[in-house]
Design a protein around this ligand. Structure first.
Ligand SMILES: NC(=O)C1=CN([C@@H]2O[C@H](COP(=O)(O)OP(=O)(O)OC[C@H]3O[C@@H](n4cnc5c(N)ncnc54)[C@H](OP(=O)(O)O)[C@@H]3O)[C@@H](O)[C@H]2O)C=CC1
Ligand SMILES: CC(C)CCC[C@@H](C)[C@H]1CC[C@H]2C3=CC=C4C[C@@H](O)CC[C@]4(C)[C@H]3CC[C@]12C
Length: 414
């Protein structure tokens, strides 16, 4: 077998089933092990209590998208068709949900310990929901697609893994806004607050655990503030609704992105309060820089390059590209400010902020740093995926941009 054929077989035939099996089982196992013996449920179908919580969150997420309100129109899909529409009420949804959760925990603090104890069962319920939902998306997308798009047929497991449609809708709402923004990220937020309270009841209140949760809360508040900006990213414009994104947000985000906070319940932090305060300062700085760099790009694009970045006229490359229907369009690639330092400096700040909320677990082994390690791999992979997309879109202009900003992540290194 030639090396190209081997690569294709890995990508389309052997890779996806291996990935689905390993990651699905892995995240479930981690929830059992990470509980340090306190949570030791091996249930793979969930329990009545777990199903009640997961169903309530699904309904709440759906409700937030059914409520009439401002509509945001996303970018046109690359293959043509109508532009997707979203509900622009993310921040209100976040604030109301968080306040209700805090009020609930104030009235019934032991609920936190119950959720913590049945966390593996909750994940099992999420897993059953997500795997069934991805199967539904595969069937609908393959045999009754909502848009006309010519797709090369691939092995079924690969199609399940990748997904079929970019912007499918269900019950009147956009699937990825539902799974990513309204279910996954809210579950992440609520769980870390719940784990903090569970840790407080079990081990006594900890400044380090508080810092870990406070930083994630600020980060997620920032996400919801910017939710409509997320509709321009790879996850929404390029990735299809399938296992990678939808299962990822229904199971992997609640199960793995929350892991540091979960781990700190079974393994109370050992760093000093002043060490925790340093983590907080580092985290706030990284969140600020991450926000600023995303903002610079949005502001620059909004003004079509006619603006000031760092008090100087923005420098950029004017790039033309062809749309699916062969229409010529113009886009601008910023080469000054943060975007002139490296092509994905936003990921450096993303990793820095992740590290800052993992550091409260310093001295407790690898557990608290698992998310940071995973994210480093995910972001490096994402750099290559994003650049492949940009090279195909902008051609010689992308090459010019890479010459003007030669490094991907860290200037002088990579
Ligand atoms: N915690 C997590 O799991 C993850 C978090 N993130 C975070 O999400 C946010 C969004 O990141 P991500 O979705 O990866 O996308 P980016 O914000 O890095 O945007 C990439 C896109 O921006 C455009 N672009 C690239 N370079 C320039 C430039 N110099 N000037 C103008 N436009 C440019 C291109 O799109 P176009 O086609 O429009 O030209 C490119 O595809 C970041 O804050 C990131 O840190 C991201 C991934 C994972
Ligand atoms: C199958 C799994 C091994 C991989 C699943 C990956 C997905 C769950 C994640 C891939 C990209 C992630 C995200 C991208 C950008 C984001 C913006 C940020 O501000 C908040 C987090 C997030 C929405 C993040 C969420 C998880 C992914 C979709």
């Amino acid at each position: 077998m030639g090396s190209m054929a081997l690569l294709d077989a890995m990508r389309y035939q052997f890779g996806p089933p291996l990935m689905v099996a390993l990651v699905t089982a892995g995240v479930q196992l981690l929830a059992v092990v990470g509980g340090g013996g306190l949570t030791n449920s091996w249930s793979v179908v969930g329990s009545v209590q777990a199903w009640t919580l997961v169903s309530a969150l699904c309904l709440w997420a759906l409700l937030s998208l059914w409520i009439p309100g401002k509509v945001f129109v996303g970018p046109h899909p690359p293959h043509g068709g109508a532009a997707p529409t979203y509900r622009a009420n993310g921040f209100q949804f976040f604030v109301v949900s968080l306040l209700l959760c805090i009020l609930g925990l104030f009235l019934q603090p032991t609920f936190a310990l119950q959720v913590y104890t049945i966390f593996p069962e909750i994940l099992a319920a999420c897993n059953v929901t997500a795997l069934s939902f991805c199967t539904y998306l595969l069937i609908i997308g393959k045999w009754w697609p909502q848009t006309k798009e010519e797709l090369t047929a691939r092995p079924l497991v690969y199609e399940f893994y990748r997904g079929m449609e970019i912007h499918p809708r269900i019950l009147g709402v956009d699937v990825k806004q539902l799974t990513n923004c309204r279910f996954g990220l809210l579950a992440w937020q609520l769980l870390v607050v719940i784990f903090f309270v569970a840790g407080g009841i079990k081990n006594g209140w900890s400044v380090a655990h508080f810092v870990c949760v406070a930083l994630q809360t600020i980060y997620l508040a920032k996400f919801y503030w910017w939710e409509t900006g997320y509709f321009n990213t790879l996850d929404i414009t390029l990735d299809r609704a399938g296992y990678y994104i939808c299962w990822g947000c229904i199971v992997f985000v609640p199960g793995f992105y929350t892991f540091t906070s979960y781990y700190l319940v079974a393994h109370p932090p050992v760093i000093s309060d002043s060490g925790a305060v340093l983590c907080f300062i580092l985290g706030i700085l990284a969140i600020g820089l991450n926000y600023r760099i995303d903002w610079e790009k949005e502001y620059f694009r909004h003004n079509n390059g006619k603006c000031f970045i760092w008090n100087r006229p923005a420098k950029f490359i004017k790039a033309t590209y062809l749309t699916y229907d062969k229409k010529q369009k113009t886009s601008y690639l910023l080469t000054s400010g943060f975007w002139g330092i490296s092509r994905h400096l936003n990921y450096v700040f993303e990793l820095m902020l992740t590290l800052s909320w993992s550091l409260p677990g310093l001295g407790l082994g690898f557990g608290p740093f698992l998310y940071f390690i995973f994210l480093t791999i995910l972001l490096i992979h994402r750099i290559f995926r994003d650049e492949e997309k940009c090279k195909a879109k902008y051609g010689k202009y992308w090459v010019q941009y890479c010459e003007a900003v030669p490094y991907r992540l860290i200037p002088g290194i990579f």
